[in-house]
Design a protein around this ligand. Structure first.
Ligand code: UDP
Length: 481
């Protein structure tokens, strides 16, 4: 029977893309496996995945997608955190996951189940089917260390992170302001906090954790984890740093005409002259904030390529629908597009980020600090300005700025608003200052380190070999009944 690895991503596009890259990485070096990816249709907007899945299916025959039946959530969707919905959905999904893996097992020997952090309830599916279950952690080792440590932090205080008002001392990390912990865990009394705490408690119970990072990017965090300092009370499972895994092609599929348009525009710009502004699959700004960015960009005089989306809907019931195409004339300051037409380009909703970052005309990146975006910038050798919006992005800003020196911080006011002056200053600093230069040098160093990690004998390739070895070693322990 064919050996299969089952990948179980959470439905968000950013998580799916890196999971697919993990599948491709396994196949490149161990082509005898087949990769089966379980797809969960979300009853809320998690970024459009359809065109992407079609493209992967058409180009990589050893990867097949198994679409699970839809689930309707028994809670009021509009009033919930995105993450609560994901946890709830993936918890209810367990019988479908069990059924899908059992049916894959009729024709293949399933060597491992690799699941997203959000899919932790499926640990019990792995146990029931006698298949070793691993986590694939789609953020970095620093973030993994913080989640490993979360149960300990939880016990050490009664206060919410948002109210603690102090720096957290997490092994292997710089001091983390408590308010910069991942957004959904800031309020201790919310259900989503409990979900993350439960997921964190389950992390050490897995057969291993695969992290999308590379050792020389996060040596201190990795040492603290391997020395067992982040899980004080029980053994730390093996942790495999097999990154950076990034997609080479992340066109949205539906607007490829527009995507190509922005690449053509970049062709006519001078080398390393353009600042790229893009805020992940879900980043949205109010109209007021969009205008402030526009003013800051115009005043900076720097060339720019900016992905603009419609502001979030005020209608709560539309919160989880993809925003409509933006009306740029309405949203941006009067005359802005015309005045900046020689130096800037605004793209609606989506740009092929990896291709843009790797274009020789791009010299800086204002990012929301999603982990994939940060890795993509590192691999392209593009320095960043860190402007976090949601999820663990404020935490990533601390790491990217304080620990790694790969980004300059965008500073927001108390209410999260960023003024035009700040946009102007940071963009100028990034493109043309000693500080910006220091960050650029460091990014180039890490770009080379990433290439070394992924090459023959490099740390990520060695980690992958060890991981694959663990699947054959666990054969006796996890022999199927
Ligand atoms: N992305 C893109 N074009 C866009 C917005 C996002 O190609 O206009 C891609 C980006 O390259 C990355 C992913 O979407 O691979 C976003 O993942 P990340 O972890 O950075 O952020 P998330 O969307 O999960 O917050």
């Amino acid at each position: 029977m064919e050996d299969a690895i089952v990948l179980y991503p959470s439905p968000a596009i950013g998580h799916l893309i890196s999971m697919v890259e993990l599948g491709k990485f396994i196949l490149t070096h161990h082509p005898s496996f087949s990769i089966k990816i379980l797809i969960t249709p979300p009853p809320y907007n998690a970024g459009s995945t359809g065109p992407y899945i079609n493209r992967v299916s058409a180009t990589t025959s050893s990867i097949t997608f198994h679409h699970l039946p839809p689930i309707s959530l028994p809670i009021n969707i509009s009033s919930q955190h995105h993450e609560t919905l994901a946890f709830e959905l993936l918890r209810l999904n367990n019988p479908n996951v069990h059924h899908a893996i059992a049916s894959i097992s009729n024709t293949c020997t399933v060597r491992a189940l690799i699941m997203d952090f959000f899919c932790y309830p499926a640990l019990s599916v792995g146990a029931a089917l006698n298949i070793p279950a691993y986590f694939f952690f789609t953020s970095g080792a620093a973030s993994l260390g913080a989640f490993f440590y979360m149960p300990f932090l939880h016990r050490s205080t009664n206060k919410s992170f948002k109210d603690l008002n102090s720096d957290l001392d997490i092994p292997g990390l710089p001091p983390i302001p408590s308010a910069d912990m991942a957004k959904p865990i800031l309020e201790r009394n919310e259900k989503v906090y409990e979900d993350f705490l439960n997921a964190s408690i389950q992390l050490p119970k897995s057969a291993g954790i695969i992290v999308n990072t590379f050792e020389s990017l996060e040596p201190r965090a990795m040492k603290a984890i391997s020395d067992g300092h982040c899980v004080p009370d029980e053994p730390t499972p093996p942790v495999y740093c097999i990154g950076p895994l990034i997609a080479s092609d992340n066109r949205s599929g539906s607007d490829d005409g527009g995507s190509n348009g922005c690449l053509t525009w970049l062709n006519s710009q001078p080398s390393r002259s353009v600042v790229f502004l893009c805020f992940g699959s879900l980043g949205l700004f109010s109209q007021e904030q969009l205008r402030e960015i526009a003013v800051g960009l115009e005043r900076s005089g720097q060339r720019f390529l900016w992905v603009v989306r419609s502001p979030p809907s005020k209608d709560q019931s539309k919160r989880f629908l993809a925003p409509p195409e933006p009306d740029l004339d309405l949203l941006l300051p009067k005359g802005f597009l015309d005045r900046t037409k020689d130096t800037g380009l605004v793209v609606k909703s989506w740009a092929p980020q990896v291709m843009v970052l790797n274009h020789g005309s791009v010299g800086g990146f204002v990012t929301h600090c999603g982990w994939n975006s940060a890795l993509e910038a590192v691999c392209a050798g593009v320095p960043m300005v860190a402007w976090p919006l949601y999820a663990e992005q404020r935490f990533n800003r601390v790491i990217l700025v304080e620990e790694m020196n790969l980004a300059l911080p965008m500073k927001e006011s108390e209410d999260g608003f960023v003024r035009a002056e700040e946009v102007e200053k940071r963009v100028c600093d990034l493109m043309d200052s000693e500080e910006g230069n220091s960050v650029r040098m460091q990014v180039l160093k890490m770009k080379a380190a990433a290439e070394a990690a992924m090459s023959e004998g490099g740390s990520s390739r060695v980690a992958l070999s060890k991981l694959v070895e663990s699947w054959t070693q666990t054969e006796t322990k996890f022999t199927r009944k």
